[in-house]
Write a protein that binds this ligand. Structure first.
Ligand SMILES: Nc1ncnc2c1ncn2[C@@H]1O[C@H](COP(=O)(O)OP(=O)(O)OP(=O)(O)O)[C@@H](O)[C@H]1O
Ligand SMILES: [Mg+2]
Ligand SMILES: [Zn+2]
Length: 156
């Protein structure tokens, strides 16, 4: 018998969703997007923070049992973790897997951080951004031109 140590940092799940390749340090913001709390979930969530990644050095990863994600949440995850992959686990196997998709234009997912922006003045204008830099994402408001400074604090 060799003495190779097999490390499993996060236990496997039978059914649920794995969000992997989250930008290092962003897992708590992703958790906020998932919107899970004491009252709306009764299954296990495992979070790996600052775990080694062959691709980028370090990453975060989240595994949620018995839950699949709706598309607007996936769009928001792309805004803070554009390299993230979503895997749907069914009966312990990866049944579906895709990468989050960051569109060039972001409509209705985040609000502008400029209080004087037309989108923050009670007018029926849906906030809209152009993606200036893709990774880490940098968004520019199409109405007031301001760069959105803290994306995760301004998600809708
Ligand atoms: N039963 C399971 N329970 C928990 N996590 C799982 C399970 N099966 C797969 N995963 C996780 O789902 C993700 C996708 O699985 P996959 O086998 O495609 O990983 P991979 O080969 O490491 O690919 P990648 O290049 O995306 O890292 C990985 O994060 C993997 O750890
Ligand atoms: Mg992997
Ligand atoms: Zn604006």
């Amino acid at each position: 018998m060799d003495n190779k140590i097999v490390e499993t940092k996060i236990p496997p799940i039978r059914n649920g969703t794995v969000i992997d390749h989250i930008a290092n340090g962003q897992s708590l913001n992703v958790l906020k997007i998932l919107g899970v709390n004491e009252h709306n979930i009764d299954s296990v969530i495992s979070i790996g923070m600052h775990v080694p990644s062959s691709k980028t050095g370090w990453k975060d990863v989240i595994k949620v049992e018995d839950r699949e994600l709706d598309p607007s949440k996936v769009g928001k995850i792309a805004l803070i973790a554009p390299d993230a992959t979503i895997s749907i686990i069914r009966d312990y196997y990866v049944a579906e897997k895709f990468r989050v998709n960051l569109d060039d234009h972001i409509v209705g997912l985040a609000k502008c951080s400029n209080p004087n922006c037309i989108t923050n003045r009670g007018e029926p204008v849906v906030p809209e951004f152009h993606v200036e830099v893709r990774n880490p994402p940098k968004l520019r408001c199409v109405y007031c031109d301001r760069i959105l400074t803290n994306i995760s604090d301004n998600l809708l």
